[in-house]
Design a protein around this ligand. Structure first.
Ligand code: EPZ
Length: 422
């Protein structure tokens, strides 16, 4: 277990190199399972969730070499269709391994997916898509899922009832190597999904997107290739926010504003000055930031993964009122009680909305990380709290999604340290 200490009050200055996108990397690595040729994927972050996925693939028989953000992978020797349950239950995206294993072996056994448990995360829409592709559910319980595919389907038109990243990915993975034409309606167009589509088309897939509809022509096989994963827009937004909360100036390198329009809009409303280039974003803040009322929703709206982190914008501003609405996940407010413990004035109005009333200060306290984005929210709260904030109990959540995070935060002036305890 990791105990994290943050000492508030420092300004932010300097520059930070943004890593590759966690969620893009996970889905692109998984989509490489559809090919048996040599593939090089660049800009992969060395984080816990990636290492769990690579461990799974190695156990299935993949040949893997992961050095300095470059992942060399060849999946031709995959020879197992039982995904190690103790590993696949650790990450949400393990559910996206199912299609390629079914296409190889006709059957698969895998744990119920894991991932951050900030709320109930059902898999009913995944099950619906599997059934749409004539996949038989042999076993489905809280522990594991067993599925069988008797033959590939040809020509299918499906509608996904609710926009979902993971379900869209599974529909894509089930279509690219099947026969005929597949029309998938109401898909997710999150940048990480588009990045995965671009990767698959680089190695021979035929995927076209028109608004929220995918038209996929099945191909016989996929090939090898080289692909660079897009930068992590959630990490970029996190560091930009750290400058607004603590004042100062910051260059975020190896990133750009292509997928950050709404995020930058919110930061500008809070009073930040922002300049962007094709591989950097510069931010400066020399005055007190303003609170911002905002809502999360599917892309291109404000991303749900930054909602817990941007809550910090609305904590310290003398009695000013602001609202935050979370439109993707039910009750994604695991950070709220911890911020209240530090002195924030937040009221949960419903499972989708909170009311923030600004206070003069919050204070260092022992608080508890509950999931990845909650832990980052609390770390940033510690940067502007008076006195010492201790974040304990699974502080190692942070390692799931942020590469070298302690080094990066310290390098821009944040006073943070941690130690592991057992
Ligand atoms: C992906 O999760 C991301 N994870 C999440 O990032 C991200 O918050 C989420 O997409 C939304 O953008 C990865 O890519 C590994 P969804 P996913 O299916 O695919 C409901 C992070 O911190 N739903 O798009 O699991 C679901 O409950 C993580 O990096 C069903 O109801 O999310 C939610 O309300 C957190 N039934 C909505 O759809 C299903 O079968 C969107 O979730 C599946 C989803």
């Amino acid at each position: 277990m990791k105990k994290i200490f943050v000492y508030g009050g420092n300004k932010v200055n300097g520059d930070v190199k943004i890593s590759g996108s966690k969620n893009s990397s996970l889905s692109i690595i998984i989509s490489s399972l559809l090919s048996n040729e040599d593939i090089l994927i660049k800009n992969i972050p060395n984080i816990k969730d990636i290492n769990v996925l690579l461990k799974i693939l190695k156990l299935l028989g993949s040949k893997i070499n992961f050095i300095n953000s470059n992942l060399y992978i060849n999946n031709k020797n995959i020879n197992k269709n039982i995904i190690p349950l103790y590993l696949s239950k650790l990450i949400r995206s393990s559910i996206n391994i199912i299609p390629s294993i079914l296409l190889r072996f006709g059957e698969v056994k895998i744990s119920f997916p894991g991932g951050c448990n900030f709320c109930k995360r059902p898999i009913d829409l995944h099950i619906k898509v599997f059934k749409d592709f004539n996949i038989k559910i042999i076993n489905l319980n809280k522990k594991y899922i067993e599925l069988k595919m008797f033959k590939k389907i040809t020509n299918k038109k499906i509608y996904i009832k609710k926009i979902s990243v993971g379900v869209t990915l599974n529909a894509i993975f089930l279509s690219v190597l099947s026969y005929g034409k597949f029309i998938i309606n109401n898909v997710s167009t999150e940048p990480e999904v588009i990045d995965t589509i671009n990767f698959l088309n680089t190695i021979g897939a035929n995927i076209n997107i028109i608004n929220n509809t995918l038209i996929i022509y099945g191909v016989k096989k996929l090939y090898g290739g080289v692909y660079k994963v897009l930068s992590d827009r959630i990490e970029t937004g996190t560091f930009l926010l750290s400058c607004v909360l603590n004042k100062g100036s910051l260059y975020c390198l190896n990133t750009n504003n292509k997928y950050l329009t709404k995020i930058i809009d919110v930061l500008k409303i809070s009073g930040a000055n922002i300049k962007t280039g094709n591989d950097y974003i510069y931010i400066s803040m020399y005055k007190k930031h303003k609170p911002v009322t905002f809502s999360s929703n599917v892309y291109p709206e404000f991303p749900t993964d930054l909602q817990p982190i941007f809550t910090n914008l609305n904590i310290i501003n003398n009695n000013k009122i602001s609202y935050i609405t979370e439109n993707i996940f039910f009750n994604r407010f695991s950070h709220v009680n911890e911020l209240i413990n530090m002195g924030a004035n937040i009221k949960i109005l419903s499972n989708f909305k909170i009311l923030c009333t600004g206070v003069n200060n919050i204070f260092g306290k022992t608080i508890y990380a509950k999931d990845l984005r909650c832990s980052m929210s609390l770390i940033l709260a510690g940067t502007y709290a008076i006195g010492q904030s201790v974040i304990i109990d699974k502080g190692d959540y942070i390692d799931r999604g942020y590469e070298n995070i302690f080094y990066k935060l310290k390098s821009i002036g944040i006073n943070i340290l941690y130690f592991n305890y057992f």
